[in-house]
Design a binder for this molecule. Structure first.
Ligand SMILES: [Zn+2]
Length: 179
């Protein structure tokens, strides 16, 4: 999935998070299943320590998902900020990611310009998602094989090679007796 934000949506997110620079800001991304964001919904950070974590109230989640579904849309993901950090999921982000199909967009405010990155977090495994910011449709890129695929292909090639060697050795005729 490519997460696609228009320039204006990206600006809305950055502006919201900048206003809350004293803590982590957060919100929801509603869109179509192909990854196009239709609506950005800023939410309140209800975490106990909002300087270090973010949490969206359960009822906000339920209301947003219900209203999205009414419009034939879905919860595409979440966004939050790292007010002084990079847009890389923290160990808490990974531990608390309960939506395996969601995109986790992070805006990092370390450095001169805010940096955006999108992630998928499945069973504590983090994978970077392609993020497209712009008003034109993203060009679908063939991302090729994933790391796991490549590994599986290499392993099976090694197995096939070893098997072939073993097989050809076992098929060799017995060595002639040296007179
Ligand atoms: Zn975080």
């Amino acid at each position: 999935m490519i997460l696609w934000l228009t320039d204006q949506q990206a600006q809305t997110i950055i502006r919201h998070l900048q206003e809350e620079r004293h803590q982590e800001g957060c919100g929801l991304l509603i869109g179509s299943e192909d990854g196009q964001v239709i609506e950005v919904i800023p939410a309140k950070n209800v975490a106990q320590h909002p300087q270090r974590h973010y949490e969206i109230a359960h009822h906000t989640l339920v209301e947003t998902i219900t209203s999205a579904q009414k419009h034939g849309l879905e919860l595409l993901g979440f966004y939050h900020s790292h007010p002084n950090g990079d847009p890389i999921p923290s160990s808490t982000d990974v531990a608390q990611a309960n939506y395996p199909d969601a995109a986790y967009l992070i805006v990092g405010f370390a450095g001169d310009a805010p940096k955006l990155a999108a992630w998928r977090i499945r069973r504590h495994e983090v994978e970077r998602l392609q993020l497209h910011v712009g008003d034109s449709m993203p060009v679908t890129q063939d991302t090729g094989l994933s790391g796991n695929h490549k590994f599986a292909i290499i392993v099976s090639a090694i197995f096939a090679f070893v098997f072939m060697i073993v097989l050809s050795l076992s098929l060799l005729p017995p060595a002639p007796e040296i007179p």
